[in-house]
Design a protein around this ligand. Structure first.
Ligand code: LHQ
Length: 261
């Protein structure tokens, strides 16, 4: 892939997508949205990839929509169409990609950048990171999944506070509120992320993917429906190489050698 706005690397089962417009704190223009979607599609297709890391270059994770890029588009510009063709697809792509996606939040995550971090399965934050629902600062409502994702992660009261106050929530508070899985010293973010990603990439990828599907669906199901869906998907996981290998490894008192299938 010839890329202008992101970096894409694959190694040891992990694909790393680095948003790479550091002068703008990795604000999304149309090209960066398209390249990120293409990279996620490639990571989804590539059997060698069993975990994806999304991070930013420089001092930001992403400042959301590049406001300069949309400012001059005139009255014919439809935000709804912009969302449908861009962030909505990107967020759904992350949530439906059946491999673990880690956001390594290296700095500020604002607006759509915050929504995209929330769409990832796990968030590891630098102690310099912060989260801002910046939308109301520019007279907008939260988008990029924030109205759905944020109340589920931190509850309505805190989510609404973030939306209407639009203050920066520092990494420590985000952790206390359940928005991030871990906070690490800034210079340790790459190595801690690599350790988590390595562990996930050597795990039972099929089961991890089905877990993601089941948990996301269960959020809008009754308990009875979720139990039945678990039963259906457990049949699929139960027919996998990794289920047989996991059981054998347990009985033989050795570590499992999962293949991700
Ligand atoms: C930026 C941006 C940015 C351009 C920093 N754009 N340049 C969907 C559909 C359609 C329309 C609208 O929106 C959406 C969804 C959204 O995402 S709406 C929310 C858009 N994002 C924002 O409103 C956040 C704007 N940025 C900020 O509030 C601050 O930059 C934050 C709080 C993120 C960081 O503050 P600082 O650490 O103080 O950095 P800074 O403000 O000095 O920014 C550094 C540079 O990055 C600066 O450029 P310069 O040439 O002056 O050095 C900024 O202009 C540029 N930049 N965000 N979104």
């Amino acid at each position: 892939m010839a890329l202008a706005t992101i970096l894409y690397t694959v190694g040891d089962g992990v694909a790393t997508i680095t948003l790479n417009r550091p002068d703008k704190l990795n604000a999304f223009n149309d090209e960066m949205t398209a390249e990120t979607m293409a990279a996620l599609q490639e990571a989804g297709r590539d059997k060698a990839v069993r975990c994806i890391v999304l991070t930013g270059s420089g001092r930001g994770f992403s400042s959301g929509q590049d406001l300069a890029a949309v400012a001059g588009r005139g009255a014919a510009f439809s935000i709804a169409e912009h969302l449908r063709h861009g962030y909505n697809r990107l967020v759904l792509q992350i949530v439906t990609l059946e491999k673990p996606v880690i956001a390594a939040v290296n700095g500020v995550a604002a607006g759509a950048g915050c929504g995209i971090a929330l769409a990832c399965d796990l968030r590891i934050a630098s102690d310099r990171a912060s989260f801002v629902q910046a939308f109301s600062r520019v007279g907008l409502i939260p988008d990029s999944g924030s109205t759905w994702l944020l109340p589920r992660l931190i509850g309505y009261g805190r989510a609404y506070e973030m939306a209407v106050m639009a203050d920066r929530v520092p990494a420590g508070t985000a952790h206390a509120w359940g928005m991030v899985n871990a906070v690490v010293p800034h210079d340790q973010l790459p190595e801690v992320t690599a350790a988590w990603a390595q562990r996930l990439a050597s795990g039972p990828t099929l089961a991890f993917g089905l877990t993601k599907r089941a948990m996301n669906k269960a959020l809008s199901m009754t308990l009875a429906e979720a139990l039945e869906y678990e039963a259906l998907l457990q049949d699929v996981a139960g027919a996998s190489h990794d289920n047989k290998e996991g059981v054998m490894a347990f009985l033989e008192k050795r570590p499992p050698a999962f293949r991700g299938e």
